[in-house]
Design a protein around this ligand. Structure first.
Ligand code: NAP
Length: 512
């Protein structure tokens, strides 16, 4: 996708990122008649994480009927859990049909954003080509850059000396032919468990380096029949009903995470039965059995992962990696296993968002500076004290372990829409959550968090930051999230209105 659009010098709303979040913001602002916006996207297409994650086997582990916009149902999903190309095609279709793409600028990254107190505007520097305008000022800055967008490479000695091909799961190198190769996969998270079964089919040999065994429940995937798809198309209410059923089914899982892990025992039994069914070797099964409470790390879903691990051409390595050499991986027991291709499925920067270094607020401090000591924090996951008119989508403590992030995104976009309406109505130049509102919101949130399985389940995960604080997940139902963000609560904000010139009353200037 390309647009030859030059950057304007100023826009009302600058949106960063063209994934589900940025696209949703653009569509909904346009619906409100807010047409003066620009979306800058560092990649060459819409889609965000679904554009970037093209690894073999990439698919969503939330049913597509739910993992899609409520305002853009797709009766054509081919199966309950859609593969990446179908999701990417869906996002592209929604973008094209919505008529917003003429305000998208691709291959252009936001580099820095600075709040200018004097003009009450953001000054945003982008990577636009030399010779072109690369700075835009805007009233609001809407960041939809995603929490799973910056690959985290493992800090393993010698990794740069490896002479074969190395790539991260989110930056798959499709030019490398894996047929007949010896492949090593580092990591056993949501990405790795989708990759390994595909590699097992083509590679000569696969070593899977596991640091922590995950829980993997069966994936009840199935292809929709032609009749079902026709019904979804002709009777949209039926598709909505189906989506609603899925939604409430997911909401019922929340107490197992947030109240008592015992409520998640059926899921634990399901995962252990999934393992026992596919892996007959008791020693291998033991090494694949998680040692923490279910739900503490993301619960993975796959029918293919355990059978792949049990295959003759796959070895599960659980000795820690000591170093990487020019030709292979050496584990702590001194064994070196030769490798042609190294797949690094080690996740993303989630608690130290790289973009936070580049957004500077009222006193010139960046989000990263502001969050350094106590971790990421926002008001309602969306606005941040010290950063007027900044709206984050999928900001701190908005992530989910059980349902669709698209629901969260839509909830946040509704809140932002209402903020923009409120600003227009009262002619506010700037809105910024008060320090008290933000502190109270986070104190309450972290009190709830302390009782969740993510904090008490005995694991380390990408939900927790360096201080052990969960700054990623939302610790309640998505219903509660939507309710909390149902209207822009201006009372929790400091607002600034334009300086008004006193208007002369009719008697002024008339001599007595
Ligand atoms: P991840 O869940 O963070 O998993 C990273 C894996 O790499 C973990 O097994 C981790 O081990 C391991 N690891 C990290 N550093 C390592 C090191 N230095 N040495 C050895 N092992 C190391 O990352 P991900 O699998 O890319 O998934 C991230 C998130 O993306 C998911 O949780 C999910 O939210 C999303 N995702 C979703 C889907 C989907 O279907 N919707 C698919 C893929 C990803 P430890 O467990 O010991 O830390």
């Amino acid at each position: 996708m390309s647009t030859d659009r030059a950057l304007p010098s100023t826009v009302k709303h600058l949106i960063v990122g063209a994934g589900f979040a940025g696209l949703c913001a653009a569509i909904k602002l346009q619906e409100d008649g807010e047409t003066d916006f620009l979306v800058v996207e560092k990649g060459s297409d819409v889609g965000g994480t679904w554009r970037d994650n093209t690894y073999p086997g990439a698919a969503c582990d939330v049913p597509s009927q739910l993992y899609s916009f409520s305002f853009a149902p797709n009766p054509d999903w081919t199966s309950s859990y859609s593969p990446q190309p179908e999701i990417q095609a869906y996002i592209r279709t929604v973008a094209e049909r919505s008529g917003v793409l003429d305000r998208f600028v691709f291959d252009t990254a936001m580099q820095d954003a600075d709040w200018d107190e004097a003009t009450q505007r953001w000054t945003v520097r982008t990577s636009a080509a030399t010779g072109e305008r690369h700075t835009v000022t805007s009233t609001t800055l809407v960041v939809g850059a995603g929490g799973l967008s910056e690959p985290r490479l493992p800090d393993i000695a010698g990794i740069d000396d490896f002479r074969g091909h190395t790539f991260h799961s989110a930056r798959w190198d499709h030019s490398v032919d894996l047929a007949g190769k010896r492949v090593a996969v580092i990591g056993t998270g949501a990405s790795a468990i989708q990759i390994v079964p595909e590699l097992q089919k083509v590679a000569a040999h696969v070593d899977v380096y596991q640091r922590t065994a995950p829980y993997v429940v069966p994936r009840n995937d199935r292809t929709y029949t032609r009749v079902e798809r026709a019904l979804f198309k002709r009777v949209p209410a039926l598709q909505r009903l189906y989506r609603t059923g899925l939604y409430w089914g997911k909401e019922l899982l929340v107490p197992g995470f947030t109240v008592d892990p015992k409520l998640a025992l059926p899921a634990k039994k399901l995962a252990l039965a999934n393992l026992a069914k596919a892996v007959k070797d008791p020693e291998l099964r033991e090494r694949l059995t998680p040692t923490f409470e279910i739900g503490c790390k993301r619960i993975l879903i796959s029918n293919a992962y355990y059978p792949a691990i049990a295959s003759d051409n796959v070895v599960l390595v659980t000795d820690p990696i000591a170093r990487i050499t020019a030709d292979g991986v050496v584990t702590a027991d001194g064994v070196e296993r030769p490798v042609d291709v190294l797949v690094v499925a080690t996740g993303f920067f989630t608690t130290e968002l790289p973009i936070a270094e580049h957004i500077r607020g009222r006193r010139g401090a960046s989000l990263a500076d502001t969050w350094r000591d106590a971790g990421m924090a926002a008001y309602k996951g969306t606005t941040v004290h010290g950063f007027p008119n900044l709206f984050m989508i999928v900001g701190p403590n908005t992530g989910l372990g059980h349902s669709s992030m698209v629901f969260i995104i839509e909830s946040q976009v509704e809140y932002i829409r209402d903020a923009v309406r409120t600003m227009g109505l009262h002619r506010y130049d700037a809105v910024e959550p008060t320090a008290t509102a933000q502190r109270e919101w986070n104190d309450r949130l972290q009190r709830r968090m302390s009782r969740t399985v993510w904090n008490t389940g005995g694991c380390s995960s990408w939900y927790l930051d360096a201080h052990g604080k969960n700054t990623v997940l939302w610790p309640r139902t998505t219903v509660a999230f939507r309710q909390a963000l149902s209207e822009f609560d201006v009372a929790a904000y400091d607002v600034s209105a334009p300086a008004t010139t006193p208007t002369a009353t009719p008697t002024e200037g008339i001599p007595a």
